[in-house]
Design a binder for this molecule. Structure first.
Ligand SMILES: NC(=O)c1ccc[n+]([C@@H]2O[C@H](COP(=O)([O-])OP(=O)(O)OC[C@H]3O[C@@H](n4cnc5c(N)ncnc54)[C@H](OP(=O)(O)O)[C@@H]3O)[C@@H](O)[C@H]2O)c1
Length: 295
């Protein structure tokens, strides 16, 4: 039986992954994440080896982008340093490491979807720390999969869908940035992709490396917010009726964001046969789940 050891199991992606793995007949170990903070590869190696997993999947991350801008050292420790010791431990145990990274490793200056080999040049501390994590994993653990994702949403945690939904319910005026482009991605779809990759790795294919996944259809934050509004309206009234446009300039954030961070996901399709799912179908499920929870 395939056994997954998941770090950050309470994250949006981690919890979706654990739930899905169990339905697929895999067993899951919810790793004690405090052990990661020892930042001692041999301590982590001992803790991992007790569970004898088939794969280690790292979904733990300091992922609050604005907070990272004022706490770069914490962000670097939780992203790079944790990835480094995990990579060292996995290499020592000859275990494959699957790791999640971000579209924010790119500068956003490109006008077409970023391929895996495109030049990286992060514009904020979060992106820099995640890029450093990627590099140390490539360096220290040959048997790795790095999956870059972006704009993750689910019915839990602190994400754009939940924040926008709260605003729509309590405010008459809701604004969203209309000049940043990306692809919203349902956390359950990332879990589906990770499971599909793991199943194929378990057949012994040698396809280590970096891949991109996002939901299908490019959007701006404003377009995404409009879809959230439309889905929310099917469940009842909202205070706001339209989404107002703002530019990045009019809406300064602590951390700058890339203006365009669309990922080209064709390598994932060519290698594993995994297609992008439309994020809109995931959004409808998430909104329904949130309204059900609040009944
Ligand atoms: N959210 C996005 O839009 C987005 C975009 C691009 C890439 N990603 C990447 O996708 C992955 C999953 O993201 P997500 O949104 O599902 O994550 P998330 O919901 O923000 O959860 C992050 C998890 O990491 C844990 N964590 C943070 N620092 C830790 C440390 N030093 N030691 C142990 N655990 C630690 C957190 O634990 P606590 O709750 O206890 O702090 C939490 O469970 C991450 O690698 C993230 O960088 C996410």
């Amino acid at each position: 039986m395939i056994k997954l050891l998941v770090t950050g199991a309470s994250s949006q992606v981690g919890s979706a992954l654990c739930a899905r793995a169990l339905t697929q007949g895999m067993s899951v170990v919810w790793f004690d994440d405090d052990i990661l903070n020892s930042l001692d590869a041999s301590v982590i190696e001992t803790a991992i080896s007790k569970h004898q997993p088939s794969y280690v999947i790292n979904t733990a991350s300091y992922s609050v982008v604005d907070k990272a801008q004022t706490n770069p050292q914490d962000c670097y420790r939780d992203n790079h340093d944790v990835a480094q010791v995990l990579a060292q431990a996995c290499h020592a145990l000859s275990l494959p490491l699957l790791h999640l990274s971000t579209d924010y490793v790119f500068s956003g200056e490109q006008q077409q979807p970023y391929k895996e080999e495109a030049e990286t040049n992060p514009v904020n501390h979060f992106g820099s720390a995640k890029l450093a994590a990627e590099n140390v994993i490539r360096d220290q653990c040959a048997a790795h999969i790095i999956l870059r994702v972006g704009w993750i949403f689910s019915a839990q945690g602190n994400n754009f869908v939940l924040r926008t939904l709260r605003q729509l319910q309590h405010q008459k005026h809701v604004k969203a940035v209309a000049d940043q482009y990306g692809c919203p991605t349902y956390a359950n779809d990332v879990a589906r992709v990770l499971i599909a990759i793991i199943k194929q790795l378990s057949c012994g294919i040698d396809v280590w490396g970096t891949y991109h996944y996002s939901g299908a259809e490019i959007a701006t934050w404003k377009g995404f917010a409009e879809a959230i509004l439309a889905a929310a309206k099917t469940h009842g009234a909202t205070q706001a009726d339209v989404i107002e446009s703002v530019s990045s300039e009019e809406w300064p954030t602590t951390a700058p964001r890339p203006a365009y961070s669309v990922l080209d996901c064709s390598k994932l399709l060519a290698t594993f046969g995994i297609r992008q799912r439309p994020w809109r179908s995931g959004l409808v499920k998430v909104i329904a789940q949130v309204f059900k929870q609040s009944e």
